[in-house]
Write a protein that binds this ligand. Structure first.
Ligand SMILES: Nc1ncnc2c1ncn2[C@@H]1O[C@H](COP(=O)(O)OP(=O)(O)OP(=O)(O)O)[C@@H](O)[C@H]1O
Length: 358
């Protein structure tokens, strides 16, 4: 196992001139030994590039990769001792499940009795003990991908296991089970896991630390609750949550916070600079208030959506739209109704130039 440090940038084209020429903008990041990390972001944000730089499939155009303090920037995946699981199964069809799982161990010349033991443990973890003697060729796509996962997990002496969207070919029910299984396996094996996905549920349920990426930039790294409660960038607020955080244009004045032509009292602390900013508040944290409650803002119900376990209101506040999550027992409102919403609480965040200032 290893502590992985990145201090680098990567551009595929020579002579990068501007930010958009970089697949990875300059970043410093440490992956602690034994941690479970997810790299999360939309398609094209640089997740696979970062993973390939860590594995050694790609040499970064600028900077360094360190494993336990040693510079491995130009070392191959073999030399870095990395295990990788890709989107699609990488297995030998002519071999049995057991032979496939044993392959990385035989390559390393592990004694046969130890191989048998380790293959048994991994097969048990992945619920594949009954399939060990079956030929891989006859198995369904998701069983094959489970073998790939097993091959990634079978060696106990790897620096890290890197997963690139490994559950893409798995059907939704099994995907849900495997996600939980991987978390459990991580706790048992205590290997460093780095997991690439564009699916926030997958990232947030699996990882202890999630690195959110946007257009080549690492915007925030933290546990799921920090990304939800205190997004450091409006992008993280939008991207995490379903629906994401609401953002309203506001103005800090000597009188208070001006939102949609109404002035709300601001707490003395923290002090916000005078001028325009964005107020961020999650739909889960907006309450409806009786008319003229101090700190509430008047709006009009635009839409009401019954999602089963909750109601989602869309409220228009002077042309700005906010989502408000309500319990299913709440009084039924209808489009056109006037409501008063409470936008300020300890859950409110403030952003200037898309970065959180409070
Ligand atoms: N071999 C390459 N040559 C040139 N540009 C590349 C290459 N691979 C990726 N890119 C570009 O680098 C950027 C980041 O791509 P990358 O594959 O790392 O993103 P990603 O977040 O993994 O996306 P996805 O989820 O779609 O795989 C994109 O703009 C992509 O077009």
């Amino acid at each position: 196992m290893a502590r992985i440090e990145l201090d680098l940038a990567h551009a595929y084209a020579p002579n990068p001139q501007q930010d958009s020429d970089y697949a990875l903008l300059p970043l410093k990041m440490t992956f602690e030994d034994g941690g479970a990390y997810a790299l999360l972001g939309p398609s094209g944000c640089g997740k696979t590039t970062m993973l390939n730089v860590m594995s050694g499939l790609l040499v970064p155009s600028h900077g360094k990769v360190l494993f336990d303090g040693k510079d491995v920037t130009s070392k191959s995946p073999q030399e870095r001792n990395i295990a990788q699981v890709f989107q699609f199964p990488v297995i030998y069809d002519t071999m049995t499940v057991a032979e496939n799982l044993a392959f990385p161990l035989r390559n390393r010349k592990m004694p046969e009795d130890q191989i048998r033991k380790r293959v048994g443990v991994i097969a048990e973890m992945l619920d594949m003990s009954a399939e060990l003697d079956k030929r891989a060729a006859g198995l369904a796509a998701d069983a094959k991908q489970k073998i790939s996962l097993g091959r990634g997990l079978v060696r106990a002496d790897v620096s890290a296991v890197l997963f690139d969207e490994p559950l893409t070919v798995i059907d939704p029910l099994l995907k849900w089970q495997l996600r939980r299984k991987l978390k459990q396996i991580h706790q048992e094996l205590k290997l460093t896991f780095i997991y690439v996905t564009h699916d926030q549920v997958e990232a947030l349920t699996f990882a202890e630390q999630v690195l959110v990426m946007m257009r080549g930039r690492a915007v925030q790294v933290g546990p799921a609750d920090a990304l939800f409660e205190r997004p450091e960038h409006t992008f993280v607020g939008h991207f995490i949550g379903s629906p994401g955080m609401n953002f309203l244009l506001a103005d800090v004045t000597a009188q208070g916070l001006e939102v949609a032509g109404q002035v709300l009292p601001l707490p003395a602390e923290p002090q916000l600079p005078l001028g325009p900013l964005k107020l961020g508040i999650r739909p889960e944290y907006i309450d409806l208030a009786p008319e003229n409650t101090l700190g509430s803002v008047r709006g009009t119900v635009k839409q009401l959506q019954d999602v089963g376990t909750y109601l989602m209101l869309t409220v228009l506040i002077d042309g700005q739209q906010v989502k408000v999550r309500q319990s299913p027992q709440a009084d039924r409102l209808t489009p056109g109704d006037t409501v008063y919403v409470q936008l300020l609480s300890e859950h409110s965040c403030f952003y200037i130039n898309e970065e959180r200032v409070s």
